[in-house]
Design a protein around this ligand. Structure first.
Ligand code: NAD
Ligand code: COI
Length: 335
């Protein structure tokens, strides 16, 4: 009997997990709600593979414990694998799979909603209503169709974002190191990021995080953007230099930001604090308290459809690896 052990399992994942178990009686499934650490790694003893999801880094120590237990296969339930060190994975001979497409719509819809909420100044209206102020002025909004949206990254999520924005009548421009033939045909690519920064009223990030693009949105990039630009980040927090963003917001160069991810978010996200004033990260507190910034706790992915697909695909992939198959969502060099 094959055995898979899963980490970080939440209550909302359990119904999909039970369904998968029923459909796969040849696999014994164990799970914990703990994330994968050097301590919790021991819980996978006797398993052939591990399924996991977390936003914090996977440590070499945790991977070493799994390796010593004879485990070779790790399947993450999410898209981004930037919290793994590939050298560690390869040193211990792990094969890693991700879920490249669990529901790009979940994240794309969230990004477009963040744009719309900023354009219609929703946090300001909410504050006014809270104060008993049911007036219009001066909280006048802007329409999507007047906006040029610059989409950075035209992969699965970027392309769905573009499709939704088209419905709202936005002008769309895009930048990607790889040109998707469909988007190319529509003539939407600009050649450089500078060109995108120069033209876009709203900039939305949909690229993976690499060492090479950490803090790609920095002082220099913001300087090249239009005055009054809106910045949306539903990709990875480390793509934006938070100090540069705060500076841009302070000067008015940046009119607003929609942030589902923020550099160092693990110091705050995923926990319940007694109030916004008590969160232990001064920069996130600064951003979250602004009425022209909307912060969400890395929740863009969090829909019923996405959760079901994340469980099903990750467990299917792990089982395939254990059976000696090579699923096409292997992400490291042990392919
Ligand atoms: P994808 O792999 O389908 O697309 C990424 C695109 O970025 C590709 O077209 C690639 O060519 C392009 N790219 C890579 N490096 C680039 C660079 N330096 N400059 C320009 N383009 C570059 O990925 P996806 O499914 O669209 O997801 C994008 C990212 O969104 C993920 O890597 C992850 O970090 C993030 N994500 C966030 C959430 C969330 O809940 N907030 C959920 C899922 C994914
Ligand atoms: C991803 O799928 O990469 C995400 O960012 C979702 C999150 C639960 C890790």
């Amino acid at each position: 009997m094959m055995k898979i052990f899963a980490y970080g399992i939440r209550e909302d994942e359990e119904p999909s997990l039970k369904k998968w178990e029923q459909a796969n009686p040849d696999v014994e499934v164990g799970f914990t709600n703990n994330t994968l650490t050097a301590d919790s790694a021991r819980m996978a003893e006797g398993s052939d593979g591990v399924v996991t999801l977390q936003t914090s880094d996977y440590t070499r120590e945790a991977l070493e414990v799994l390796h010593n237990l004879g485990i070779k296969y790790i399947s993450i339930r999410n898209v981004g694998f930037d919290n793994f060190n590939f050298q560690d994975l390869n040193d211990f001979g792990f094969t890693l799979t991700n879920v490249p497409v669990y529901s790009p719509n979940a994240i794309a819809e969230h990004a477009v909603l963040l744009m719309g909420r900023l354009l219609r100044r929703t946090p300001e209206f909410a504050q006014k209503i809270e104060d008993g102020n049911f007036t219009w002025a001066p909280t006048i909004g802007k329409e999507y169709r007047e906006q040029t949206v610059g989409v950075i990254g035209t992969g699965h999520i970027g392309r769905v974002t573009m499709q939704i924005l088209k419905g709202f009548g936005c002008k769309i421009i895009a930048y990607d190191v790889y040109h998707n033939p469909e988007i190319e045909k529509q003539g939407l690519y600009v050649d450089t990021l500078e060109e995108l920064y120069k033209q876009a009223d709203i900039i939305t990030l949909h690229v993976p995080l690499f060492d090479s693009n950490k803090h790609m949105i920095n002082d220099k990039a913001i300087e090249q953007m239009k005055d009054g630009v809106y910045i949306i980040n539903c990709a990875r927090g480390e793509l934006i230099d938070t100090d540069a963003l705060i500076k841009g917001l302070d000067s008015g160069k940046v009119a607003g930001a929609g942030l589902d991810v923020i550099d160092n978010e693990n110091s705050v996200f995923g926990k319940k604090w007694s109030s916004i004033d008590n969160i232990p990260n001064e920069k996130i507190r600064n951003l979250a308290k602004r009425l022209n910034v909307i912060v969400t706790p890395h929740s863009a992915f969090y829909t019923e459809t996405a959760i079901h697909n994340m469980i099903t695909t990750s467990f299917d992939s792990n089982k395939s690896l254990i059976e000696g198959l090579k699923p096409d969502n292997i992400v490291n060099t042990n392919k």
